[in-house]
Design a protein around this ligand. Structure first.
Ligand SMILES: *[C@@H]1O[C@H](CO)[C@@H](O)[C@H](O)[C@H]1NC(C)=O
Ligand SMILES: *[C@@H]1O[C@H](CO)[C@@H](O)[C@H](O)[C@H]1NC(C)=O
Ligand SMILES: *[C@@H]1O[C@H](CO)[C@@H](O)[C@H](O)[C@H]1NC(C)=O
Ligand SMILES: *[C@@H]1O[C@H](CO)[C@@H](O)[C@H](O)[C@H]1NC(C)=O
Ligand SMILES: *[C@@H]1O[C@H](CO)[C@@H](O)[C@H](O)[C@H]1NC(C)=O
Ligand SMILES: *[C@@H]1O[C@H](CO)[C@@H](O)[C@H](O)[C@H]1NC(C)=O
Ligand SMILES: *[C@@H]1O[C@H](CO)[C@@H](O)[C@H](O)[C@H]1NC(C)=O
Ligand SMILES: [Zn+2]
Length: 922
């Protein structure tokens, strides 16, 4: 499933606090023996084997609704006198429920419900006998909801006729199938499905598989029944159907073993725009089928672009759905395109990781999201190697991980989940991105041969079944031993669990003995901020080294491992460095830990970076990480800022985007906390720093006439945005010039790649006139990509009264893309010194509406970005008093306060050192 990289999905379902709900249950139904906390799973006495599902959809005339029946074939594994399954928000017509076997008809004595777990239990007249097969038939109905979950409604207005068109579609992942029909809604209860849809003949109906029969409805005039081919064994969350009148933009046959045919459904106004995914999806599927050496089992895939979608996309078997903003045409900026393509690739990796092989339970969600994210990146490189996009995404995830996971309260990616709310809470960027980094770590430490063999044998072994993370890691064990990638007695599962079953990451301190040539290694959890006193953890850390004279950063298979639990370990390397060579641990930043070296080794590294035109051969990822590590060590007061700025000096010769990007992020994070003369000095330093690289790029004003290679866009955006922000005169001039001719309406169209950067500068240095003009552009733009560009520029306007007009407008809107624009502008404004406090007040005074409109993760993003930008972090505590009454803000506030405390501590303990070291260099 694709989470939205950009903030927001509006939702009313998701804001309940899980802990409160659990308490509520205990208070409400204390008498039920099986309602205790550990019985959140369905009993295992009954095994669903097959579902016959019939759903009749009414889209027109009053409230859109559906009614249906399900006939489930059940195998009684044990004798039992009750049937428990999931059902939620359904009107069950209980007098039509029946339980039969070949010999007899059973009956229902009574029914019971447990709301917290959505359980529905039928108590039967007679016991079901072990080994017998039964048919459970149930009838139900409900309204098509507007919460983008279960079987829900969506709509669009035809741009020509202005007529409103209705759509019904499903989103069952993770626990919403139970809102559409009663079922055993857990990922390991895989069963086959035969689906029949009834609908008015003005529409078409789709399900996971091709239609096999079309019949008129027996009683309803102009209604039809469409029967679909049986669907292979699958988890309920991957079942899908839809009734709509969307248009097929294109039919494409792929070269997969089953010649999967793709169709692409969307509202008519989108059809003419060039859609990247029409060509990309089939190529992606072909590539993955070969990579995984396992045939894709279906014959067709319908891609459905929905105006309303809970997530950015959903990987349903044969009916992959996308949120409309994802369809963004090829004219969108390179950054947006890359993200959309990564989402698409992610959904198709899911066909193997998630659909064919499914995690046993939601605690191992990362087992489908991690590989889908990581292999999704690899797909981008496989399809267009020259753009080298995978490394951009991996760097982004690394930067975020090292920043986020240095707090004391980060969760493990594999953790116990029980009720639907905590299951939904698992779908966080955290699980996706750290999950991806873990898969990458496995890839790098085992080497491509063992890794891909293991992946293939895992998929083959568990095809159409379920697996947990232990079974995943065990798939590599034997081969890794036989190829001598790990020692014979090494337990790969145990080692990898140390990364998935706990949050955080280690700092490895490496001290060399320059006489004996030995090294000593010691690990501890790396933590910043308060609450770190009582935490002791350890990891199995793969150790591979590179020395200066043999700087081969592609050798990432470890020489040995740091054990857990561990004490100091002393190693004699097989190929030890001489006393005047540096030694670097963790080539390519294959594993997710920081390293601190002894003084002399740091010095050797710094000298190489500064004096060697090729940086001593140090790999670009490692250069970025060295900058990040040394800064983090200074924040933890393990190293001083003099050393940090000393190392940063090499940047003047740095040609790579990643080290620059990481350095700028790290510096700005600290700069945001400075005031007075320190702030002035910081700006001077940043301007000087950026000027070192600014001249290497073409003038911003030429960006539209001489478009850069897509590969260079991120670096250029970074440099232009920082140059304009820190007042490089030429940049300000270029931005004004470029937008001026655009605003004249006569000349250049500003490339979408740099439009927000240029307009941000113009607004930042402009007034009412510039604001109104861009506001107007926002209101008249018709696609979400353009709207987002304008919104993010508007957030740069330094006059809050003006900005407020925009915030008022977008906050009132019920359309998801517009709400996204609100978030973009607010975050942009928070990052602008002049606006932080007024924006904070705005958040407080609209807390109620914000809490209702946005999900926890969006609110968290909002408050965290507030915490990052408050020069007086204690101000957050004052503000938090006003948010205390809104339960939606509880979790976000906790995270933001913890960050504010870390920042406060930094101001107290480190900012002096930081500013002093910086002042020497301006
Ligand atoms: C039936 O209910 C009893 C208690 O009422 C419980 O112990 C048992 O697990 C239930 N079985 C099923 C299949 O729901
Ligand atoms: C079954 O229950 C429905 C209400 O759920 C009622 O309208 C109907 O008359 C009942 N049918 C029979 C046969 O009892
Ligand atoms: C269109 O669908 C959305 C989402 O379900 C809903 O909020 C809105 O009211 C619908 N519009 C109309 C005119 O039915
Ligand atoms: C079906 O389409 C016809 C022709 O466009 C229209 O007149 C009719 O109202 C539609 N009926 C429904 C139920 O959508
Ligand atoms: C760094 O760049 C400067 C010019 O900007 C050049 O003179 C110097 O030789 C470079 N240093 C290295 C080590 O490449
Ligand atoms: C149009 O743009 C040019 C720069 O390209 C500028 O010199 C001129 O003043 C602009 N005209 C108006 C009416 O803004
Ligand atoms: C925005 O809305 C608030 C009330 O929510 C109002 O007080 C304020 O004046 C509005 N600002 C603008 C610029 O419209
Ligand atoms: Zn996913």
């Amino acid at each position: 499933m694709g989470y939205s990289r950009t903030p927001l999905q509006s939702s009313s379902l998701q804001n309940d606090m899980p802990t409160l709900r659990i308490l509520g249950l205990i208070l409400l139904v204390p008498g039920l023996a099986w309602a205790s906390y550990d019985h959140y799973r369905l009993p295992s006495a009954l095994e669903p084997q097959h579902y016959d599902l019939r759903v009749l959809t009414h889209l027109d005339g009053g409230q859109p609704r559906f009614e249906g029946s399900v006939n489930i074939r059940l195998l009684a594994r044990e004798a039992t006198s009750n049937i428990t399954l999931h059902a939620r928000n359904l009107n069950l017509i209980e007098n039509r429920t029946s339980v039969t076997s070949r010999e007899e008809t059973n009956c229902v004595v009574s029914t019971e419900k447990v709301d917290l777990y959505d359980f529905y239990t039928l108590k039967l007249c007679r016991e079901l006998r072990a080994g017998e097969v039964y048919q459970l038939e149930m009838h139900f109905g409900a309204e098509l909801n507007d919460s983008n979950a279960g079987y829900y409604r969506s709509n669009y207005t035809d741009t020509d006729t202005k007529e409103l068109h209705h759509i019904a579609a499903t989103q069952f992942s993770p626990t919403f199938a139970r809102q559409a029909f009663p079922c055993f809604d857990e990922p390991s209860w895989k069963a086959t499905f035969a689906i029949t849809l009834g609908f008015h003949k003005n529409y078409t109906g789709f399900s996971n598989t091709p239609v096999q029969k079309k019949l008129p409805h027996d009683s309803l005039e102009d209604y039809v029944w469409w029967e679909y081919e049986p669907l292979l064994r699958t988890s309920t969350f991957l079942v899908a159907y839809s009734v709509h009148d969307l248009t097929n933009a294109s039919t494409v046959e792929s070269k997969t073993s089953n010649r999967v045919t793709f169709r692409n459904w969307m509202q008519p106004r989108l059809v003419d725009q060039k859609q990247f995914f029409i060509q990309m999806a089939p190529r992606t599927l072909e590539y993955l089928e070969e990579l995984f050496n396992l045939s894709y089992p279906l014959r067709k895939i319908d891609q459905l672009i929905l105006p309303h979608h809970r997530f950015s996309a959903m990987e349903n078997w044969g009916l992959v759905t996308f949120s409309e903003p994802i369809h963004i045409p090829v004219a969108a900026s390179v950054v947006t395109q890359n993200e959309n393509e990564a989402t698409l690739a992610h959904e198709y990796v899911h066909q193997w990781f998630g659909n064919m092989v499914t995690m046993r339970w939601w605690d191992d969600l990362w087992l489908k999201e991690g590989p889908s994210t990581y292999f999704g990146y690899l797909v981008l490189d496989a399809l267009q190697p020259q753009l080298r996009r995978a490394e951009g995404f991996i760097q982004k995830d690394l930067a975020k991980f090292f920043k986020m996971d240095s707090g004391s309260s980060v969760p493990a990616i594999s953790k116990e989940v029980t009720d639907p709310n905590t299951i939904l809470g698992q779908f966080s960027t955290y699980v996706y991105e750290k999950g991806s980094l873990i898969v990458r770590m496995l890839h790098r430490t085992l080497g491509s041969d063992v890794f891909f063999s293991g992946i293939r044998s895992f998929l083959k072994k568990y095809n159409l079944q379920n697996a947990d993370q232990k079974e995943f890691f065990e798939a590599f064990q034997e081969l890794a031993v036989s190829k001598k990638v790990i020692p014979e007695d090494f337990d790969l599962n145990k080692a990898m669990e140390s990364w998935t079953l706990q949050g955080g990451y280690p700092l490895v301190t490496l001290t060399r003995n320059y006489e004996s040539g030995t090294i000593s290694l010691i690990q501890s959890r790396f933590l910043l901020g308060p609450g770190k006193e009582n935490i002791s953890s350890c990891w199995w850390v793969p150790l591979s080294f590179v020395r200066q004279e043999a700087s081969n950063f592609s050798q990432t298979i470890p020489e040995s491992w740091l054990e857990c639990p561990s004490s100091e370990s002393v190693l004699q390397l097989s190929d030890p460095p001489g006393p005047d060579e540096w030694l670097i641990l963790n080539p390519q930043v294959s594993s997710i830990f920081r390293v601190n070296y002894d003084d002399r080794n740091w010095l050797l590294i710094a000298n190489s970076l500064k004096n060697d035109p090729s940086f001593g051969g140090i790999y670009e990822f490692n250069r970025a990480q060295l900058l990040d590590d040394v800064s983090a060590l200074a924040e933890a007061r393990i190293r001083g800022y003099d050393q940090v700025f000393d190392l940063f000096e090499y940047l003047k010769n740095e040609t790579g985007y990643h080290p620059w990007n990481r350095a700028v992020q790290v510096l700005n994070r600290r700069g945001a906390l400075l005031t007075g003369q320190e702030e002035v000095d910081f700006k001077t330093y940043m301007k000087k720093l950026i000027l070192m690289v600014y001249g290497r790029f073409p003038k911003l004003a030429l960006a539209s006439t001489q478009p850069p290679s897509p590969k260079d866009v991120p670096f250029q955006r970074l440099v232009y945005s920082q140059a304009c922000r820190f007042g490089v005169k030429d940049c300000l001039f270029q931005a004004r010039w470029l937008t001026m001719s655009h605003r004249n309406g006569t000349q250049l169209e500003v490339s979408s790649n740099f439009r927000d950067v240029a307009y941000c500068s113009v607004l930042e240095n402009g007034g009412q006139e510039e604001f109104s003009e861009v506001f107007q552009l926002f209101q008249s733009s018709t696609n979400a990509a353009d709207q987002r560009i304008w919104a993010s520029a508007l957030g740069c306007c330094p006059n809050f009264e003006l900005l407020e007009q925009f915030l008022n407008l977008t906050l009132q809107s019920n359309e998801k893309p517009i709400s996204k624009c609100y978030m973009l502008a607010v975050k942009q404004a928070l990052g602008r010194r002049t606006l932080t406090s007024q924006t904070a007040e705005h958040i407080i005074s609209h807390a109620k509406l914000l809490g209702r409109k946005f999900q926890t993760k969006d609110l968290t993003g909002l408050l965290v970005s507030l915490a990052e930008n408050l020069q007086r972090p204690e101000a957050l505590e004052e503000l938090s008093a006003s948010l205390k009454n809104f339960k939606e803000f509880e979790v976000p506030l906790e995270k933001a306060l913890s960050l504010a405390k870390t920042n406060q501590q930094w101001q107290k303990e480190c900012s002096g050192d930081f500013s002093q070291a910086l002042r020497k260099r301006i």
